[in-house]
Every structure is written in structure tokens, then in C-alpha cells.
Write a protein that binds this ligand. Structure first.
Ligand code: UD1
Ligand code: CA
Length: 437
């Protein structure tokens, strides 16, 4: 428990010019989840913060829509025009009048930050009775970051942006990670004193350090141990690099929990998936979104689990199979070339190669459900047109198109009768060779 309440301000108003995209930077995704979602989840998971202010500007409606639909405890505040990070935070001040607690400020483009680090950071701030704590990190290549400036006694006195540094300051390797813990009551007045008299003509949030030092307040820096956590996304190259880092971490966690992953380099599994021990993931598997996969399953090679899959134990999901928003119970096989979407598969179901659950009507745009009960099987190349139920132990003949419910233990078949024309090929060949004479 902390002595004070904590609120957060997440800066997400910038355009992200270097992304070269119509989509605002913070809505770019890793494993289908926007960067902003990672930051909001991390601050939420600390358990200390119950209210968030998201500063929006560029494509504000889109960002606001995402926040509203996914985070009840977050409120969007418009910053237009975008006059700098200090101006952005200042937009939240009317909502924090008389707030006697800590405010965490964090940038919306640092998706790898963890709840653990933010928790430790807040506790460090409180334990040190600080007025202002800045997260810093030591970077071999500090290019583009604000530098942490210390005096002769090693006291932290300012942050200077790369564009404003002296050559001597440029060599400093301790950088501003961009996460701040602010004692709102003692430090918020700083926002009334920011100026834009700098190389970028912006109101810099970082200038609150100098202000607080001049006021003799207790200013601390918290040095981050794992630099990956504050990796900021500014381009699509960064986005791919961050996805790799996130994936590596998630894959290692799965392996520690007893999942066998044959080729970590070609396997992508979203961190929000859970997988039971002794499940084997073969190469080139791509799993996004939130899924639960049981133990002793075999997934892949080349399978795609898209989101919302709940898969039991001893299930086989084979090559070129796509699963979306479906429940698959124990001991069921979906081995090759099939699509299972919006479906419920019982246990001991066998899905033949190339079975498609046709769940989407592109005219009505309605998605419907397929239910396939225990022990049922589908022959190769069957199309199951939802909404439809295939009851226990029913059998679907290969190549059938199923548009009605199938009773338990029955066979369903839609197939034009097979005709065989004896010697048809032989006659053709004779005809052709006769014509050539
Ligand atoms: C900032 C810091 C720098 C630090 C670095 C860490 C400042 C002045 N500099 O620089 O010291 O090392 O982050 O990554 O704070 N934003 C707004 N409104 C604005 C401007 C920016 O909401 O008017 C948002 C952006 O959308 C972005 C974040 O603030 O999410 C950071 O802005 P950015 O311009 O990327 O700052 P940096 O130059 O990276
Ligand atoms: Ca940045």
C-alpha cells in the first residue's frame, strides 16, 4: 500500500511522422494490440493507478474510440495544436486540481514497459520522499534522447534535449527514459512556468526538473536495468524490432512453463496466450490475441491461431489450419488445411482436411456459429455453412456442403452421383491420333 493515490497521464497526441502512415502511431499494433494498449495495461496492472488521462491530438477520434471501447478508467483529453510534451501534460491540469497524490507521466509509444518496473518506480519515489522522480537509463548510443545532467557532486539538476546540448553534454550516456513520477501538489506549478525558448520551439516536459531543482525540491532519478523496456517506437523498423523483443520474452516464458517450441525464431506467440505443459509448437506458427491452449497439444507447423481460441488438452492443430474465436475440447484433431471460426468443437471430433466453417455472410455482414458435438467427424473438403449444429457422432461425407443441422449418429452427404465412362481416355487418344494422319 502507498501513502498516496496515483493517477497517470499518457501522452499520445503526436503524429508519429516517421511511421509514414495514416494510422496514428499509438494505434499501430504488435500481435493485434495497439501500442497504447500495452502502455495502458502496464499502468493498470501495477494495481496502484485507478485513473488515466490519455492526451490525444493527431487523429484524436480514432485514438479516443480505442480507449473508450477498451479502458473504462481512462479519459481522453484533446491537445490541439501539439506544442510539446510539457504542453501535453498541462492539458490534464484542470482535471487534477487539488489532487494530493502522485502523477505518473508516460509516453504512449513505449509498449515494452512492464507493470513491475512502474510499480518499483512508484515505490522508489515514495520511499525516497521525492517530489519528482525521472526514470533514466544508460545507453551506449544515447542519440536522440534527452540527457540527464548532473553537477560536480553528481546531483541530478536538469534534462537537456539532444537538439539543445553542448558538445560536452552530448557525450553523456545517461538518458531520460521518459517516465516521470510527480508529486502533484508540490510540482504542478512548474507547468505555469514552462517556456518554448529552445531548439524545437516546444514546451518541454523535461524542463520541470530544472524548475524543481531551483525550488530546492527533492528530485531523484531511477536508473532502469533492462533498457529494452523503454524502447520507443518511432518507425516501422522499431515496430518490428519491438515485436521481436516481445516475442522472444513471451516464447522464453512458455518454454520455462514446459511448452516445447521447436524453432523460437520462426514462432510468434502473443504474450496474452496461455499454453499448458508438454504442448509442442512446431515451426512457423503464428498465434495472436488472447487464447488458451491446453497441455499435450501439437500445434503446427504453419498454423494460425487468430484470437479468442480456447483449446483443451491433447488437441492437434496441424499445418495450414486457421482457428479464430472457437472452443475446441480435448482430444480433437484439426489436422490440415482447415478454417475453424466462431465454432464450438466437442471432444474426440475429427475434422477432415480442407473443412471450412463458413461463418461469415458478406452481404448481411453477420457472423454465425458452428457447433460440432463430441465424436462427430467431417470428411475432407466439407463446407459447414453456419449457423448449424452437427450432433454427436454424426458423420459428414467428403465434399459435402452442410446447410442444415445433422442428427446424432447420422451420415450427411451432398454429392452428385459418380459417373464412370469406361475407356473415355483411350477413345480420345485414338480420335486425336486418327485426325493427325
Ligand atoms: C522525449 C523527451 C526526451 C526523452 C525521450 C524518451 C521531451 C521534451 N523529450 O523526446 O527527453 O529522452 O522522449 O523517449 O519530453 N507528444 C504529445 N504532444 C506533444 C508532443 C509529444 O502528446 O505536443 C507525445 C508524443 O505523441 C509521444 C511523446 O509525447 O508519444 C514523446 O514525444 P516525442 O516527440 O516522441 O519526444 P522525443 O523527442 O522522443
Ligand atoms: Ca519519441
Amino acid at each position: 500500500m502507498l501513502n498516496k493515490k496515483v493517477k497517470s497521464i499518457i501522452l499520445a497526441a503526436g503524429k508519429g511522422t516517421r511511421m509514414k502512415s495514416e494510422l496514428p502511431k499509438v494505434l499501430h499494433t504488435m500481435f493485434n494490440k495497439p501500442l497504447l494498449g500495452y502502455v495502458l495495461d502496464a499502468v493498470n496492472k501495477t494495481g496502484y493507478i485507478n485513473e488515466h488521462f490519455v492526451i490525444v491530438g493527431h487523429e484524436a477520434e480514432k485514438v479516443e474510440k480505442y480507449v473508450k471501447e477498451n479502458y473504462e478508467n481512462a479519459k481522453c483529453i484533446l491537445q490541439s495544436p501539439q506544442l510539446g510534451t510539457g504542453d501535453a501534460v498541462n492539458k490534464a491540469t484542470p482535471y487534477l486540481k487539488d489532487f494530493d497524490g502522485y502523477v505518473i507521466v508516460i509516453y504512449g509509444d513505449t509498449p515494452l514497459i512492464t507493470a513491475e518496473t512502474i510499480t518499483n518506480f512508484i515505490e522508489f519515489h515514495e520511499n525516497n520522499h521525492a517530489d519528482l522522480t525521472v526514470m533514466s537509463a544508460i545507453f551506449e548510443n544515447p542519440k536522440n534522447y534527452g540527457r540527464i545532467i548532473r553537477d560536480k557532486n553528481n546531483k541530478f539538476i536538469a534534462i537537456i534535449e539532444e537538439k539543445d546540448v553542448t558538445p560536452e553534454q552530448k557525450a553523456v550516456k545517461e538518458i531520460n527514459a521518459g517516465i516521470y513520477c510527480i508529486n502533484w501538489k508540490t510540482v504542478s506549478d512548474a507547468f505555469n512556468h514552462l517556456h518554448n525558448n529552445n531548439a524545437q520551439g516546444e514546451y518541454y516536459l523535461t524542463d520541470i526538473v530544472k524548475w524543481a531543482v531551483e525550488k530546492n525540491l527533492n528530485v531523484q532519478s531511477y536508473i532502469l536495468k533492462n533498457n529494452d523496456e523503454i524502447f520507443g517506437i518511432n518507425s516501422k523498423i522499431h515496430l518490428a524490432q519491438a515485436t521481436k523483443i516481445l516475442n522472444k520474452k513471451s516464447i522464453e516464458k512458455f518454454m520455462e512453463e514446459g511448452v516445447q517450441i521447436i524453432d523460437p525464431d520462426s514462432t510468434y506467440i502473443s504474450p496474452e496466450t496461455t499454453i499448458g505443459p508438454d504442448t509442442i509448437i512446431l515451426p512457423n506458427v503464428y498465434i495472436t490475441g488472447k487464447n488458451t491452449i491446453g497441455k499435450n497439444c501439437k500445434i503446427g507447423p504453419f498454423s494460425h491461431v487468430r484470437d479468442g481460441a480456447i483449446i483443451g488438452n491433447n488437441v492437434r492443430i496441424g499445418n495450414f489450419v486457421e482457428i479464430k474465436k472457437s472452443i475446441i475440447k480435448d482430444n480433437t484433431n484439426v489436422s490440415h488445411l482447415s478454417y475453424i471460426g466462431d465454432s464450438e468443437l466437442g471432444s474426440h471430433v475429427n475434422i477432415g482436411a480442407g473443412t471450412i466453417t463458413a461463418n461469415y455472410n458478406p452481404i448481411s455482414k453477420i457472423k454465425s456459429k458452428t457447433i460440432i458435438k463430441d465424436g462427430a467427424n467431417t470428411g475432407s473438403n466439407s463446407v459447414i455453412v453456419a449457423p448449424v449444429t452437427i450432433n454427436e457422432m454424426a458423420s459428414i461425407a467428403a465434399g459435402s456442403i452442410i446447410t442444415k443441422d445433422v442428427e446424432a449418429y447420422s451420415l450427411a452427404i451432398t454429392r452428385s452421383p459418380l459417373k464412370i465412362f469406361s475407356n473415355w481416355v483411350k477413345k480420345k487418344i485414338e480420335q486425336l491420333s486418327g485426325g493427325n494422319k
